[in-house]
Ligand binder design. Structure first.
Ligand SMILES: [Zn+2]
Length: 120
């Protein structure tokens, strides 16, 4: 059974803060697309119901590219992209968490899987 843990995260300057339920030691995606490849984000996807934005709703800037299906929300002060909003394959609201922005993040806490976003 996957162990779910509640973790806090956010941007660098503290304007954006959230709480999210993630699988301990779960899989995260290292994507090579034009966005993630540059930013180095490590992503995990959770249903929007498992995500709570504690503060910063008005501190983010929304950037969209490609098919314009994902809202890339970055902090307008420090520029860190700690999460994004989109719609999952099941049509439900989904949040992409950049696990690098979780408090106490270490790369070894997750199973990193490569994802070829560039070719999609
Ligand atoms: Zn910030």
């Amino acid at each position: 059974m996957a162990e779910i843990e509640k973790r806090a995260g956010g941007c660098q300057c503290g304007a954006v803060r959230y709480t999210v339920e993630v699988e301990r030691g779960g899989k995260v995606i290292s994507c090579n697309c034009s966005m993630c490849g540059r930013a180095g984000t490590l992503l995990t996807f959770v249903p929007a119901s498992k995500f709570h934005l504690d503060c910063g709703a008005d501190a983010t800037t929304d950037y969209q590219f490609n098919k314009h299906v994902i809202h890339h929300l970055f902090c307008r002060t420090c520029g860190i992209k700690s999460f994004a909003r989109g719609t999952g394959r099941d049509g439900q609201p989904t949040v992409a968490i950049n696990v690098r922005c979780l408090d106490g993040f270490e790369p070894g806490q997750f199973q990193v899987q490569e994802f070829d976003g560039r070719s999609r």
